[in-house]
Design a protein around this ligand. Structure first.
Ligand code: ADP
Length: 259
């Protein structure tokens, strides 16, 4: 009987190993596809501003645009805008590689959350206006303080607001609600946008992941923002969840220990 049992155990072990190996291979393949897509998007995104600025500079240097004040100003304005886009993009990639290597250094300080949220909202005034968005900030309860890195927590909130604008429809309605919940502080960022299909609600926090279906595909992105958000919140001993209704909107909720 012993050889039979050993045989069965060996067979089970081999089958399980093969299944794991296969799953691993499939996963690696998916990651390779996602990375290739990311690199080709990124290359395109880098090339566009570079060639626009090159054309503008050439026009100024060789094609008389410098003599026409109005044209010169127009070319300089375009260049400044494209350079700003380029710098934002490089900043994003840089942040990604830093947190890949776990090198993000956090400088915790006591933060007045309502003040920080108001600051972030004010800094996004232009993009909110451009999108025709209405945004409101509400708070309930006292003691809305956390111990956190100001710059990174600000980036987390602006990433969520950015997405709320990006994945919305005609008139985006956004809200940030801050509340005290026992020992924690809750930050909820809600939108009335396109929503996230249930099957992908966990996956959106993974690096490079973008919802492959519906309107999501027509909206530009790299699938990096939420993995950064997740990383930063986890490093602050907090957690983030999402609730969503397709076609109706999403609410991202962050829970952080109160200070
Ligand atoms: P990106 O927006 O650059 O693709 P993110 O990591 O910020 O990357 O988001 C990952 C994916 O999650 C997005 O591609 C999108 O499909 C989905 N998503 C994020 N925020 C929202 C939102 N507010 N509403 C609907 N879908 C969202």
């Amino acid at each position: 009987r012993l050889p039979i049992i050993v045989g069965i155990l060996l067979l089970t072990f081999t089958t399980v190993s093969l299944v794991f190996l296969y799953r691993n291979l499939v996963q690696q393949r998916q990651i390779a596809v996602i990375k290739n897509e990311f690199i080709s998007n990124m290359t395109h995104e880098l090339k566009t501003p570079i060639s626009t600025v090159t054309v503008a500079v050439e026009a100024l240097r060789h094609f008389g645009a410098l003599d026409d004040r109005e044209r010169a100003k127009e070319y300089l304005d375009i260049s400044a805008l494209e350079l700003q886009r380029l710098s934002l993009l490089v900043d994003k990639v840089l942040k990604l590689s830093l947190f890949e290597n776990r090198q993000i250094e956090l400088k915790p300080e006591r933060i007045d959350l309502p003040a920080l949220a108001a600051e972030v909202m004010a800094s996004m005034k232009l993009s909110l206006e451009k999108a025709g968005a209405v945004a409101q900030l509400t708070c309930s309860g006292e003691g809305l303080f956390v111990l956190a890195d100001r710059m990174h927590l600000g980036s987390v909130i602006s990433n969520l607001l950015d997405n709320a604008i990006k994945y919305s429809r005609e008139r985006p309605m956004l809200s940030i609600h801050l509340a005290r919940e026992g020992q924690d502080v809750r930050i909820s960022v809600a939108d009335n946008g396109i929503g996230i299909p249930a099957a992908y609600r966990e996956k959106i926090f993974e690096k490079f992941f973008r919802v492959p279906s519906g309107d999501h595909h027509n909206i530009k992105g790299y699938g990096l923002g939420l993995s950064y958000v997740h990383h930063i919140i986890t490093r602050h001993e907090g957690h983030i969840t999402v609730e969503s209704k397709e076609g109706r909107g999403s609410t991202f909720t962050i829970q952080l220990p109160a200070a």
